[in-house]
Design a protein around this ligand. Structure first.
Ligand SMILES: Nc1nc2c(ncn2[C@@H]2O[C@H](COP(=O)(O)OP(=O)(O)OP(=O)(O)O)[C@@H](O)[C@H]2O)c(=O)[nH]1
Ligand SMILES: [Mg+2]
Length: 333
């Protein structure tokens, strides 16, 4: 199985049978930029789409070291005991440059990764295409088709990746540290506004009192934000992944949220909107790839760029010339 390429139906049936090896290979396939892989991946995504969607998608973010991985491990163990199957996908915007903390993440979720009802997969943003989140959306659908009904997307809170992740989940959880300075620890107001819940982590030992104080503070801060379109009031909770406290309460809140937005229709509405965003995003990627894979256009781009560099041509005119060349290439196909 390892070296042979799977056929479309082998992929499809393996995924529907919840074969984790096939699932892992399918995610690798959708991440590939080889032309024949893209064709197969497209056919596969089309096939499995009808079996996807049956899950709650939860985004987890927070500054490095806030305790995301440790929390997800404790959270995952709890909800597996409740009979769920959990997939954890990590989006690491730094991994393109530094290969990120992917290995660290795996070892930190050691227990969870051994559990047959869990699937942990760092997403590779190694390719130029797909932006910070790579093929995370495809991975979500593949995991759902394989029967994982709780999907966690972990991303590190350094900026650009949060908005992308917010646009692919139903519920967005922001983890925060107590007493790390009240300047919202570099977490921008915009990110707090996106949160459906805030959790103060590491509420154990000496830190418990500070965690409670931070809880009150942030709850107050959240009250000042405009009412959410979902009609949901984001709570601030405290938790210790070490003592496994507060985890159950967080899961109950998520269930409460899910019930509420399903009854109002916001759940479906949000997913439909996200699909529309995805469609346009993906089309942008295809356009970029179409352009970048053309050798003639590459050469024209280089020579125009030189002329712009020496001020022989304005950037504006050069861009329009390049567009004309692109249209010509399409005609000549
Ligand atoms: N006291 C205490 N420490 C914790 C708790 N959870 C995590 N930590 C510690 O905090 C550090 C960071 O935890 P991680 O779970 O790796 O944090 P992270 O947010 O995933 O970090 P990155 O993946 O690097 O962004 C580790 O040393 C953990 O042992 C907790 O509940 N209580
Ligand atoms: Mg982590």
């Amino acid at each position: 199985l390892n070296n042979s390429r799977l056929s479309l139906s082998e992929f499809e049936h393996g995924i529907l049978k919840a074969d984790r090896m096939v699932l892992a290979k399918a995610i690798t396939l959708v991440e590939s930029s080889r032309a024949d892989d893209i064709a197969l991946a497209t056919a596969l995504m089309d096939k499995i789409s009808v079996s996807a969607g049956n899950s709650i998608r939860i985004g987890v973010t927070g500054v490095p070291g806030v305790g995301k991985s440790t929390f997800i491990e404790a959270f995952g163990e709890l909800i597996i005991r409740e009979g769920k199957k959990i997939a954890v996908l990590t989006v690491d915007p730094s991994s393109q440059l530094t290969k990120g903390s992917i290995l660290g993440d795996k070892t930190r979720m050691e227990n969870l990764s051994k559990n047959p009802n869990a699937f942990i997969r760092p997403s590779s943003s190694g390719s130029v295409l797909g932006g910070v989140t790579g093929k995370t959306r495809e991975a979500i659908l593949l995991c759902e088709a394989a029967g994982f009904n709780v999907i966690i997307v972990e991303t590190v809170g350094v900026g650009q990746s949060e908005v992308a992740v917010r646009n692919m989940v139903d519920f967005f959880l922001l983890l925060m540290l107590a007493g790390a300075g009240d300047e919202l620890q570099g977490i921008k107001k915009g990110i707090m506004e996106m949160a459906d819940a805030v959790v103060i982590t590491k509420a154990d030992g000496d830190n418990t009192k500070r965690a409670r104080e931070a809880q009150a503070e942030y709850q107050h801060a959240l009250h000042l934000f405009p009412v959410k379109v979902s009609g949901w009031n984001p709570p601030v909770m405290i938790s210790s992944a070490y003592e496994k406290s507060g985890i159950h309460e967080i899961w109950n809140k998520i269930l409460q949220y899910e019930a509420k937005i399903k009854s109002t229709g916001f759940f479906d509405h949000q997913r439909q909107q996200q699909n529309q965003v995805w469609f346009l995003d993906y089309f942008q990627q295809l356009l970029n790839a179409d352009f970048q894979n053309n050798e003639t256009l590459k050469k024209i781009t280089e020579s125009l760029s030189k002329l712009v560099g020496t001020s022989e041509l304005s950037a504006f005119k050069a861009a329009h010339d390049l567009m004309k060349a692109y249209h010509q290439q399409i005609k000549d196909r």
